[in-house]
Ligand binder design. Structure first.
Ligand code: GUN
Length: 291
């Protein structure tokens, strides 16, 4: 069993970007600039946005964190986004999800200019991704593809089961794994809460991507010997032995599943850091388009 070390690959990706940015800035080109919008003070969202801003600083990107009150009106938030759309210095915009219930995710995502949509959530980018055209690909599935690529995992003709059909992970993941190329060329089954024979489907899978948000859902009896297991889950569960008061749990029962795998991602230190690395690559690309 080999661990797919997201921490390591993310660091290598960020190091590469840091060198590239230093080079282009020395040539007098524009410094990539990411604007992150955080509405309210959800603890997990604070952590994720903090990690994104920190990564920008490490690489030498400019970043702007726009903090807004949880009770901001939808119209005001859309105005903030339009301001960032028309700011020529801002290359990438991300609005951290989830948003408060009174705000429509869809309206927010549709307001971000596709050319600045480094999260790859805008329908224009999703549509291009589905057609295999150049686009911004959502950071989590993009990061998983980078991880599979780094470890040269041969995915051609493999049976992949994606658990979860979210717009952020499951759906784009299923498309990317089925596209031509390596990683890619998989036969993909996308599963969800209405899937009847999930255990049997997983037992036949060469690759499983668990992205349903249920701690330790995927157990050893569901996993074929030698499978590649990618754990996207990161749920906070109360744990009084920790200073923070919580522990992070993946969607995979790691202790029992890992010994059966050829490759597996840990939580934390697997997919999470790769999401950040992919977002940084997307931001660089958004800036590059302006040179
Ligand atoms: N919430 C959970 N994952 C993500 C992500 O990749 N981007 C944004 N903006 N919000 C998220």
């Amino acid at each position: 069993m080999q661990i797919l070390d997201g921490q390591l690959v993310s660091k290598a990706t960020k190091d590469e970007l840091r060198i590239q940015v230093a080079q282009v800035v020395a040539e007098g080109k524009k410094t990539p600039h990411l604007a992150a919008v955080l509405v309210g003070n959800n603890g997990a969202s604070e952590t994720y946005v903090g990690a994104k801003v920190k990564a920008c600083n490490e690489i030498g990107f400019k970043s702007t964190l726009v903090r807004l009150e949880a009770d901001i009106s939808e119209n005001k938030l859309l105005e903030v986004i339009e301001g960032l759309n028309s700011d020529p210095d801002v290359d990438g915009i991300l609005v951290q999800l989830p948003l408060p219930a009174h705000i429509s995710d869809e309206k927010v995502i549709n307001t971000i200019l596709p050319a600045k949509d480094v999260d790859g959530f805008h329908p224009v980018n999703v549509g291009k991704m589905v057609q295999g055209l150049d686009s911004f690909v959502a950071a989590t599935p993009h990061g998983i593809m980078l991880l599979l690529e780094h470890y040269k995992i041969d995915t051609k003709g493999k049976n992949a089961v994606v658990i979860g059909r979210s717009n952020i992970v499951g759906r784009p993941m299923s498309i990317l794994l089925s596209q031509p190329g390596n990683p890619g060329n998989c036969t993909v089954t996308i599963t969800h809460s209405h899937t009847r024979n999930l255990k049997e489907l997983c037992q036949q899978a060469d690759i499983i991507v668990a992205a349903l948000g249920k701690p330790e859902f995927l157990t050893a009896d569901m996993v074929k010997e030698g499978a590649v297991v990618i754990d996207v889950g990161i749920t906070r569960v109360p744990d009084t032995s920790k200073k923070s008061g919580f522990a992070l749990k993946g969607d995979v029962a790691y202790g029992e599943v890992a010994p059966r795998c050829s490759f597996i991602t840990p939580v934390p230190g697997g997919v999470g850091p790769m999401t950040i690395a992919a977002l940084m690559k997307n931001t660089f690309k958004a800036c590059q388009a302006k040179w």
